[in-house]
Each structure stands twice: as C-alpha cells, then as structure tokens.
Design a protein around this ligand. Structure first.
Ligand SMILES: Cc1cc2nc3c(=O)[nH]c(=O)nc-3n(C[C@H](O)[C@H](O)[C@H](O)COP(=O)(O)OP(=O)(O)OC[C@H]3O[C@@H](n4cnc5c(N)ncnc54)[C@H](O)[C@@H]3O)c2cc1C
Length: 308
C-alpha cells in the first residue's frame, strides 16, 4: 500500500474546505493498516481516521500527520440465526452507509434503511453512533473488529465495549480504529423489502426538503442534555439547539465570508463554494456567542475540528 504525500483534503470532506494531508493512506487489509501505523510511528506523526468527512471541519492549514482513509468496503452476510427472522451482516469501515443499505435491501434485510441519506462511512457512523429520530446505530451493532493504534493488534469486541451514548462511543478516546462491524438485521420477504425500499426513498425525500445536502457537515452543534438547561419554555425544558438558533432569526441571514447559516435549518452551516474553514469556524463562534448572550447556555460542537 502506497503512502502518498501532500494530498489535498478539500475534495474529501463534505464542507469542501481545508488544506492538505502531509501523508495519506487508503488501507484495505489489516496488514495495510499495520504498515500505515508503523509508518506514522517511524515519522513520529499523528494519525487521523477520515471517512467521508461528513462530520468534520478540516483546518485551512491541513493535517500535519498521516490521514488514514479506510478503503475496506466489502459487505457480506455472515450468519443466519436459527429462527430465520434475523441475519448478521458485516461491513468494512470504508463502506458508505447508503451502500450498506443497498446491500441489505438487495439481500432482503431491513432495519438499516432508517439511516438512508445520512452521508458517511461505517467507521464514521460507529464513531458517533449515528441517529435519526428514535433510531440509533447501536440498536443494530452486535460486534466489531477494532485495531489498537499503538500496537496494531486487532481485537474482536461486542456492543458493550463501545459504551455507546448520544453522539458518543469508545472510539472517541482516539486509541482505536474500527476495521469492520457486524449488524443484526431482519430477514423479510419480497413484499416487505419493497415496503422498506419505499421507506428509504421517502426518508431521502424528507431529508432533502428539510436539510441542506451539500457543502455542510449536518448539525454543527449538539443538542443539550436536560441537566444543562435550568429553565423552561412553555412548561418544558427545550433541549434542541436548533430551537434557540431558530429563535435568533439567523436562518439564511447570518454569514461570514462564504459561510452562511442554512436557510433550511438553523443548526446547519453551508459553504457557498467560496468559504474557507476559518469562515465556517468564525460563523460558528458567532452563533455560539448569540445563544450564550440571549439564553445563558453554551452550545457544544457536534462537528469535529481537525488540524486547528
Ligand atoms: C447533510 C448531512 C446530514 C447529516 N445527517 C445526520 C443524521 O441525520 N444523523 C447523524 O447521526 N449524523 C448526521 N450527519 C453527520 C454525519 O453524516 C455522520 O456523523 C457520519 O457518521 C460521518 O461519517 P464519516 O465517515 O463522514 O466520518 P468523518 O466525518 O470522516 O469522521 C468523523 C469521526 O469519525 C472518525 N472515524 C471515521 N472512520 C473511523 C474508523 N474507521 N475508526 C475510528 N474512527 C473513525 C473520524 O476520525 C472522526 O473523528 C449528517 C451530515 C451531513 C453532511
């Protein structure tokens, strides 16, 4: 596996901004991952795992280390349970979420279509425990293989190991790389598969109406936990950050350089094609200050800042 140098990342992130990676590798096999990690050790440089870049903001100065972009993208059915209603399927870390959904539906397996239209890879999805309405990726994950970043050792782990929460998993400690993951899905007949396909199309249509779909990272800030809010609005604690941002009237109005708050969603920032990552960060800082000034609560980032 070749380790490339000075590779631009603006065409590899959803915001389409950011500088270059000093080193860049696309491992497929476990041995490729091991040699990439050995390389980083020799060069004494940091390692960053990049999926589709749908939840990160890459600094305009780029990343002064090794960017590993998982390229193991195969999906397979590994086990059919005795009751025949449930099936286990494995997906490589570099598999796009939508490609895994297509694989599942073509094998008459349903459940994962709830995540239709969410950009990203299986690696990035497990990292943040993707969610859409009441569905969480952790409802489906059964086990996974992870690579220890310091030793290169591969370990098989079960769901509990991940200690999943809202926007949270064990992968946040930075010591592990997800190699692949196994999900439990429901085996159905052709008619139910057709219904699930229809639902997938409907979810995508709904998302396209509600959210911007390009040059954004989705939600920039996290929702609050109830403990962070010590006041009520209309008799209840409002935990949704978009509620507060919406009330500020900044949708489609507030901007910095080529970055603006989306017209469709107050918690999403869009690049009009000319923004730098610095514009995006400065706009996010303004949004955070406005919420803090008016409501006395401080929004936390959902989007990860890399190389800043
Ligand atoms: C338009 C839009 C809509 C979105 N809607 C939703 C939504 O409805 N629900 C939702 O939950 N999210 C949503 N998101 C956020 C985003 O899609 C998810 O966070 C997704 O999981 C990001 O995956 P990625 O592969 O692009 O990860 P990246 O953004 O590339 O990386 C995110 C993090 O995952 C880590 N990572 C990636 N691969 C691995 C690996 N193999 N091992 C260890 N760590 C790894 C990275 O190091 C980084 O820390 C949306 C984003 C956009 C742009």
């Amino acid at each position: 596996m070749e380790i490339q140098e000075n590779i631009p990342l603006n065409n590899k992130t959803w915001f389409e901004t950011g500088g270059a990676a000093k080193y860049f590798a696309e491992p497929v096999l476990i041995d490729d991952y091991k040699s990439a990690l050995d390389f980083a050790k020799q060069k004494n440089c940091e390692v960053f795992l990049l999926g589709c870049g749908a939840n990160i903001l890459m600094s305009d100065d780029g990343f002064n280390g090794l960017v590993i972009k998982p390229a193991n993208k195969s999906c397979e059915i590994i086990f059919a349970e005795k009751d025949k209603n449930n099936v286990l399927a494995r997906a490589g870390a570099g598999t796009k979420i939508d490609d895994f959904i297509s694989f599942c539906l073509s094998s008459n397996l349903t459940g994962f279509e709830e995540f239709s239209g969410i950009p990203g890879t299986i690696g990035g999805a497990v990292f943040i425990n993707i969610h859409y309405f009441e569905f969480l990726l952790s409802d489906f994950l059964i086990s996974a293989r992870v690579i220890n970043k310091s030793t290169g050792e591969i370990v098989e782990v079960s769901r509990d190991w991940f200690d999943f929460g809202y926007d949270k998993s064990k992968l946040h400690d930075g010591n592990w790389i997800l190699f692949d993951a196994v999900f439990k899905l429901k085996k159905v007949d052709e008619i139910e598969t057709a219904i699930a396909r229809g639902r997938s199309i409907e979810i995508i249509r709904h998302r396209e109406n509600r959210y911007p779909t390009e040059r954004t990272c989705g939600s920039f800030f996290q929702n609050f936990s109830p403990e962070e809010i010590n006041f009520e609005i209309n008799g209840k604690k409002q935990i949704h950050i978009a509620y507060y941002l919406d009330k500020l009237g900044i949708k489609g109005e507030l901007s910095v350089g080529g970055a603006h708050v989306s017209r469709k969603h107050a918690n999403m920032i869009e690049n009009d094609g000319t923004a730098t990552s610095t514009d995006i960060l400065n706009l996010a800082k303004k949004m955070r200050e406005l919420v803090k000034e008016k409501y006395g609560i401080v929004p936390k980032l959902e989007c990860q800042l890399i190389g800043f």
